[in-house]
Ligand binder design. Structure first.
Ligand SMILES: [Zn+2]
Length: 285
């Protein structure tokens, strides 16, 4: 243990500042999205089986809704640019911009060098949950995704239905490539419906039973052409354990809705980030 300095209390008492004040972020036009959604019609659906994953495509300007069916269930969501898989959801930067958990009006941002909104949350039936007395909330961007490597590290297991493996198999099927080729595209997720936080005393990542009930949903507006991957986590509602076949597990429904012709004439898809990408090369210093 290091020696505590005399002014320790004073140093701890310094008030925090927000790293990325987000009042200059381009605002989504939620009023327009709500109008467009009213006329939208369903064009397809995908049922994600328990302890498995499926891929789905959502063209720019369309909506997709993830619904809990049959029983409380957490979903692990990956998003890619449908025509350029290297542009994918960037959980860490989304967390820095919006905080640890996402809800209506917030966005899933893409990786460098694109850093643009991929999808905007337009509806969240769990918005009422807020932040509970443990510091827990829903739809986090702090977890990664359950995976067989961590299970092997901590318990020596060989379990094949973690979200990481489910997403790998689903993407391999969708692209017609081997799991080896698909795996590198799988990335940190939006934990849909999952209730998580960090313990105040030890700073450890915790989960607790999701408040989601059948009929609850999270709905998104696709800002660019998307390929999505959704895994119905083997943790079920994540009340006790994941990375095993122990927890009761349920399917998740993904539905896609198309806007009416002309409804988005006033809207344009976001451009990739405007940074010039020279990184100061050749400027000395
Ligand atoms: Zn999982």
């Amino acid at each position: 243990m290091t020696k505590t300095p005399e002014d320790a209390d004073a140093r701890r008492a310094i008030a925090p500042v927000i790293c990325y004040p987000n009042d200059t972020l381009p605002e989504p036009d939620l009023t327009l999205y709500a109008q467009v959604r009213q006329g939208a019609r369903k064009i397809g659906e995908t049922l994600v089986p328990p302890r498995d994953a499926r891929c789905f495509e959502v063209p720019a300007g369309h909506f997709f809704r993830i619904t809990s069916v049959e029983g409380p269930q957490v979903g692990d969501l990956n998003l890619w640019n449908a025509s350029e898989l290297s542009e994918r959801f960037y959980s860490g930067k989304t967390r820095a911009l919006h905080g640890t958990h996402l809800t209506t009006g917030e966005r899933m941002w893409s990786s460098f060098p694109y850093l643009r909104p991929m999808a905007t949350i337009v509806s969240d039936t769990l918005e009422w949950y807020g932040i509970d007395s443990f510091g827990g909330s829903v739809h986090d961007v702090i977890g990664t995704r359950c995976d067989p490597y961590t299970g092997n590290l901590l318990a020596g297991t060989q379990y094949h239905h973690c979200c990481h493996s489910n997403l790998t198999r689903a993407l391999a099927d969708h692209l017609g490539v081997s799991p080896d080729n698909a795996e590198a595209h799988v990335h940190d997720v939006l934990n849909v419906f999952m209730c998580t936080g960090f313990t105040r005393d030890t700073g450890q990542y915790f989960m607790k039973a999701s408040p989601v009930r059948p009929g609850d949903y999270l709905e998104f507006f696709a800002e660019i052409d998307l390929l999505g991957g959704l895994s119905a986590c083997p943790g079920g509602d994540c009340s006790a354990e994941h990375s095993s076949d122990t927890a009761p597990c349920h399917p998740l429904l993904v539905e896609v809705f198309a806007p009416t012709e002309g409804a988005l004439d006033e809207w344009s898809r976001p451009d990739p980030n405007g940074y010039d990408r020279t990184h100061g090369w050749g400027q000395g210093g």
